[in-house]
Every structure is written in structure tokens, then in C-alpha cells.
Design a protein around this ligand. Structure first.
Ligand code: KQY
Length: 368
């Protein structure tokens, strides 16, 4: 498949909202023992559950290393396609392709440069070269041409779009020192506008407290549909999350989207603080250059890290009293989709959640 040197906006390609129809979903099988405890066995069980749930609704592809192929194949139902591919870890939202469509239903993708959330400044592991090739390989499998940006670092979890001209991100992440520090905010915004084909970028100040991605928006706020957002919230003024949520709420309340609409904001309470236990910490191998998992560290838990697909919403839950509230709220926000709660502590222990480990391929009718 071709590498394109033109610009999606000029070519008439846009990133659709996640809530638009999909042709399928990708995930990557977890295995690295310096991120996933106990040889990644508990995480593999939950990844298999997530893939099994999504696979009931749409075509599901699991990327897996050579070493783990047989194990993943054995743990996954036959309706999940398993494809061998080198990888460094399992965050396909971040290293995978960002798929685009045009009005004729043709598909292309953006292949952003990936540096493991901050490269040598504050990245989370080294090396990341296999992950940086995942987007290209997904394009080969899907048969779509790609726009490769060799000079612009971005992870898919750091952006959300409404499919109608608006992108949402955080300053904490996109202006961080380990990404595009030689670019101005205006230059970064122009790149987003050109490659996602949007007219307006909403810059939330910060993401979730202690999020190792430098505050990805996909853990903090998401578009339910154009004009409607769901925001992570806490009523506890002593929680360091409180000020972050208040700032985001105030910012969004005073903004409009690309179509000039005021945003309807739904607050979704976070679970109570979730800390890494001694047993969990001891199950992770220590490796130089990988972020350690220390007992007592607070994890960046949020229900906003859910994934929306054809007829369903896969929602992380944590055995917390706020699980039920989040599910009830999401049932109201997505009346036409089945809410699928999945106990996701093991994914959270690796540094993200269901949205971070999934990547949608939008529906189109043919490839160009
Ligand atoms: O998107 C994410 N939340 C990825 C987090 C990466 C964690 C690596 N340990």
C-alpha cells in the first residue's frame, strides 16, 4: 500500500467519530512482564474477555507476537482473527493507525510517529520501534494507503473527534516536552486540523491525575455524539483530580464546537482512588527504562476510558460503588447500544484501559 505525501484535509478525508459505524476493531495481545504482572497471565484473561465481547458485535482482530501466537489463539474464540505481528506492548489506540474516510466511503489512515509517550524525555519503555511500525502493518492488512508523519509524534489516545469538524485534546499531553517540543501550539493545532480534517481544536488543560501518558484526553473526556461530551468528575475537593475536572468543566462550558454549538457536558464520577497493592507491585518484573509499578501508587482510573462500537459500549468497571452510577449514566447517554461492563483492574495496572487497548476501523465501502 502507498505512502501518501498529500494532506487529508485537501484530499477530502476526515477522521470519523468513534460512534460512527465500524468495519472492525484491532487489539494487541499483552505479554511484556515489566508492565503486566505475573507473566501477563491475568491481563491476557481480561484482554481475551474484551476481544470476545467486541467480537460479538463487529470483526475483531488480535495482533500477537510470534512467541504468543499459539497461546493467544488458544485463549481467544474462533470468531476473533489472530494475526502475528512484532510489537513492543499492547496499546493499539496509541501506536495503531488512525483511520479516515471520505464522502465516497473510501478509507485511508494517518500513521503518526510513535515514541512510547515521551521518548527519551519521559517515555514509558525503550525501544519502541516495533510499535512504531504497527500502523503501517494495519494499513497493509486493511488495504488502505497512509499519510506517514515522520516529524510529528502523536498517540491516538490523546485525541477525540466528533466527526463534524471538532477535535479535543489536552495541553498537558500535546505540549509535553517529550513529544513535539520544537513546535508551537499553533503549529500543533494546524497539524491536527490538516490530518484529522477538523476546523476547531478544544484544548482541555489537563487529563486524569497521575496518568502516565501525560494526560491523554481519552481517560478524561469523550464525545458521546456531536455537541455532547462525557467528563470524568469527582465531588471530593481534597482529591487532586478535583481541580483538573473543574478546570476542564469551566473550559468546556465556555467553548463551542466547530459548528458553533454549546457543549452539553455530562459528569461521570470517577471510582474512589485505586492504589497498587504490594502483591500487584511484586508481580511486575523490574527493567531499566520501564516505568516501575510501586506499591501505593495511585492508578489513573476513570470510566471515560470506554470503547464505543457497533451497538455496544465496553465500559471498564472496578468493583467500586460508582460502577453502578457510571453504568446508569452511560445507559442514558447511549440508549441504542448495549452497555458491556468489564472488570478492568488488570488493564488499569498496565497504565490504561479499554479505550487505550482498542482501535476502530470505520466502515467505508471501498479503498482508494
Ligand atoms: O494509552 C494509554 N493509557 C497507554 C498507557 C501506556 C502504559 C505503558 N506502561
Amino acid at each position: 500500500m502507498k505512502k501518501l505525501n498529500t494532506i487529508p484535509k485537501e484530499d477530502g478525508f476526515r477522521m470519523p467519530g468513534e460512534f460512527e459505524k465500524h468495519s472492525g476493531t484491532y487489539m494487541i495481545w499483552p505479554e511484556r512482564t515489566d508492565n503486566w504482572r505475573l507473566g501477563a497471565k491475568p491481563a491476557q484473561k481480561v484482554f481475551a474477555e474484551v476481544a470476545s465481547v467486541i467480537g460479538k458485535y463487529e470483526a475483531m482482530t488480535m495482533i500477537v507476537s510470534k512467541a504468543q501466537y499459539s497461546n493467544a489463539r488458544a485463549m481467544l474464540p474462533s470468531y476473533v482473527r489472530v494475526v502475528e505481528m512484532s510489537n513492543d506492548d499492547s496499546w493499539v489506540r496509541d501506536c495503531g493507525a488512525t483511520f479516515l474516510v471520505n464522502d465516497k466511503g473510501n478509507k485511508r489512515a494517518v500513521d503518526w510517529k510513535f515514541n512510547a509517550w515521551g521518548g527519551l524525555v519521559d517515555g514509558l519503555y525503550f525501544p519502541w520501534d516495533s510499535d512504531d511500525k504497527i500502523a503501517q502493518k494495519m494499513c497493509e492488512l486493511e488495504g488502505v494507503d497512509r499519510y506517514r508523519l515522520d516529524d510529528f509524534i502523536l498517540e491516538g489516545g490523546s485525541i477525540h473527534v466528533d466527526g463534524e469538524g471538532t477535535c479535543m485534546t489536552t495541553e498537558e499531553c500535546l505540549l509535553s516536552a517529550g513529544r513535539n517540543s520544537s513546535m508551537t501550539k499553533e503549529e500543533i493545532e494546524k497539524t491536527l486540523c490538516d490530518y484529522l480534517n477538523v476546523e476547531k481544536v478544544l484544548w482541555l488543560p489537563r487529563g486524569i491525575y497521575n496518568d502516565e501518558t501525560n494526560g491523554h484526553v481519552d481517560n478524561m473526556c469523550t464525545f458521546v455524539k456531536p455537541g455532547v461530551v462525557a467528563l470524568a468528575w469527582t465531588e471530593d475537593e481534597n482529591d487532586p483530580q478535583y481541580q483538573r475536572s473543574v478546570e476542564a468543566y469551566e473550559y468546556l462550558s465556555n467553548e463551542t464546537d466547530a459548528k458553533g454549538r454549546k457543549l452539553e457536558i455530562h459528569k461521570i464520577l470517577t471510582p474512589s482512588p485505586i492504589l497498587i497493592t504490594k502483591e500487584e507491585s511484586e508481580g511486575v518484573d523490574a527493567v531499566d527504562g520501564t516505568l516501575p509499578r510501586e506499591e501505593g501508587d495511585r492508578m489513573a482510573a476513570s470510566y471515560i476510558n470506554y470503547y464505543v462500537g457497533n451497538g455496544f459500549v465496553a465500559v471498564p468497571v472496578f468493583n467500586d460503588p460508582n460502577d453502578a452510577k457510571a453504568i446508569e449514566e452511560l445507559k442514558k447517554l447511549y440508549p441504542d447500544r448495549k452497555i458491556e461492563p468489564i472488570y478492568a483492574r488488570e488493564i488499569l495496572l498496565g497504565g490504561g484501559n479499554i479505550h487505550c487497548i482498542t482501535q476502530q476501523v470505520p466502515k467505508g465501502c471501498s479503498n482508494e
